[in-house]
Design a binder for this molecule. Structure first.
Ligand SMILES: Cc1cc2nc3c(=O)[nH]c(=O)nc-3n(C[C@H](O)[C@H](O)[C@H](O)COP(=O)(O)OP(=O)(O)OC[C@H]3O[C@@H](n4cnc5c(N)ncnc54)[C@H](O)[C@@H]3O)c2cc1C
Length: 484
């Protein structure tokens, strides 16, 4: 029982009324989902969160802790209570001797980057942006790209978690280790993450070399293609299929001064030139190859070099609002998967650019799409392949059919979907692909018998017996009943 279990109802309600910010709707970053929860709370300190959870527990209300709603799917939607955690933010401690940092869970990566830099430290790896909360990244096993680097969750040493019964538990590899593992890719369903301690690296600059290649040269042989992932610590590729082009980015740790020979017009070209053309494409799809070739010529198809702070090189401008899906496939199957995708995409007008191709080392996290254990044996590395469909001027665009086709190809290569992005994975499919799924579900049953933190997304993709592959993800968010 939590420490507030004897507190009178009036006191509880008074306290949480002051934390309730709105009864209205909330929209995710890409404006692809809107939720209208019964209440939205914005706690400032840990005790606030304890009050909210105690009140929800007594009234048997489901609660969804969220970060800053950057997940492109409806993963962060709820029709009951929602707790926006981004005010519970800040760096608590920087331990330069052991290279560890402890932060509140709602801290934005951007803030962590800055604080670490002041202390001559840096995050070992980052994804494409630093606008998310650290807990959001960890709940979805957010990844970057580097052959020796796992998802960001793998750098968590310990965390504190508020459970549905009001207890706060410290978890790590050596304490409540199943709960710790499940929380490293929890989808928000194990409890509310309060604080996180991460391993970090010494501060570093990155020397990035970007090289344009034709797809055919990039894929000249499977052995060479595989070897390229090992040529630098951080390698990723941006693919513009209709222009037959791959922009290969290789980044090395560097102590040189900051410099750049790159194209600085990217954001300008995207919003002022490509955005109107993408809108025209909505009505005249056959201009797609023309737009791809323009993008290749002026944005992705040139050689450049720069040295910059690590986080500036890891991060990028993600262009326009977009639908997106991203799947992991074992690296050993990646080459053939890309060849098959190319046969389709070079004639497909309905997919935008660039597709992102990244790599990650496998891990041990129950629900991580890069978990080394598969039904067919163990994998050492995964290739991440992501596809996007822009929403020029926030217009609705068709994407479901194309994403389905993309998913079907990835499935053939034992693909697993990124949890924060769109997918049609059913509980049956997830059960077949994740040999450790039951360990994750057992943790939830042990620590949250009533399923207080289960939301419709988790229900639909991991639990429901309906096994409905009819992609409700791809409609606006709809309220559903729960059956956990
Ligand atoms: C432009 C863009 C670029 C991206 N780039 C990458 C990339 O390079 N690599 C990659 O892997 N992903 C990427 N993502 C996905 C992104 O990292 C995840 O969606 C991340 O979860 C977003 O963080 P958030 O703070 O917005 O979390 P939200 O979207 O608000 O929440 C995500 C999940 O975290 C849970 N959660 C949040 N806070 C807590 C808490 N305190 N306690 C318990 N659970 C919590 C929620 O319940 C939910 O399940 C990108 C997304 C966008 C929009």
């Amino acid at each position: 029982m939590g420490r507030l279990s004897n507190i009178p109802v009036e006191e509880l309600n008074n306290r949480i009324d002051g934390l309730s910010i709105s009864n209205g709707s909330i929209e995710n970053w890409a404006k692809t989902f809107v939720a209208t929860p019964q209440r939205i709370f914005q706690p400032n300190i840990i005790e606030d969160v304890e009050y909210i959870i105690e009140a929800a527990f007594r009234q048997q209300i489901r609660v969804k802790p969220v970060g800053v709603w950057h997940s492109p799917s409806d993963l962060s939607c709820s029709d009951e209570w929602m707790i926006r955690m981004h005010k519970l933010a800040g760096v608590i401690n920087v331990d330069t001797t052991n290279r560890q940092v402890t932060v509140y869970s709602g801290t934005l990566l951007r803030e962590i980057n800055e604080k670490l830099e002041e202390n001559n430290l840096a995050m070992p790896i980052l994804g494409s942006i630093s606008d998310q909360t650290i807990a959001g990244c960890l709940a979805t096993a957010t990844h970057g790209s580097g052959i020796q680097y796992r998802s960001m969750s793998s750098y968590v040493r310990s965390l504190s978690l508020l459970l549905s019964n009001g207890d706060i538990v410290e978890c790590s590899d050596t304490s409540h280790n199943d709960l710790f593992n499940a929380t490293l890719c929890s989808l928000g369903a194990t409890g509310v993450i309060l604080t996180i301690t991460l391993s970090v690296d010494e501060k570093f600059n990155l020397h990035e070399i970007v090289m344009p290649l034709s797809f055919d040269d990039y894929m000249s042989s499977e052995a060479e293609w595989l070897e390229r992932w090992y040529t630098a610590p951080f390698v990723k590729a941006f693919w513009v299929p209709q222009a037959n082009g791959i922009s290969l980015s290789q980044s090395y740790k560097s102590f040189s001064d900051v410099f750049s020979t790159g194209n600085t017009l990217g954001g300008f070209l995207f919003s002022l030139v490509l955005q109107p053309l993408l809108l025209v494409k909505k009505y005249i799809p056959m201009i797609a190859p023309l737009i791809s070739n323009l993008a290749w010529r002026y944005l992705f198809g040139s050689y450049s070099q720069r040295v910059d702070k690590s986080f500036n090189v890891f991060n990028m401008d993600c262009g326009l609002l977009q639908y997106t899906t991203e799947w992991s496939v074992p690296l050993s199957k990646g080459y053939k998967c890309l060849l098959e995708l190319n046969e389709w995409l070079k004639y497909e007008n309905d997919v935008d650019f660039p597709l992102e191709i990244r790599v990650a080392k496998s891990d041990d996290i129950f629900l991580s799409p890069a978990n080394k254990i598969t039904p067919y044996g163990q994998e050492s590395h995964y290739l991440w392949i992501g596809v996007i469909k822009y929403k020029p001027y926030n217009c609705k665009v068709r994407y479901r059919k194309t994403f389905r086709k993309f998913e079907d190809i990835l499935r053939k290569y034992n693909g697993r979907a990124h949890w924060a992005k769109h997918s049609t994975q059913t509980p049956q499919e997830v059960g077949e692909k994740y040999p450790l799924l039951n360990k994750y579900l057992d943790v939830i049953k042990t620590y949250d018998e009533e399923g207080m933190f289960i939301n419709p997304f988790v229900e639909r993709h991991l639990i429901s017996e309906k096994n409905d592959n009819n992609s409700r993800d791809f409609k606006s968010y709809q309220v559903e009943s729960h059956g956990f």
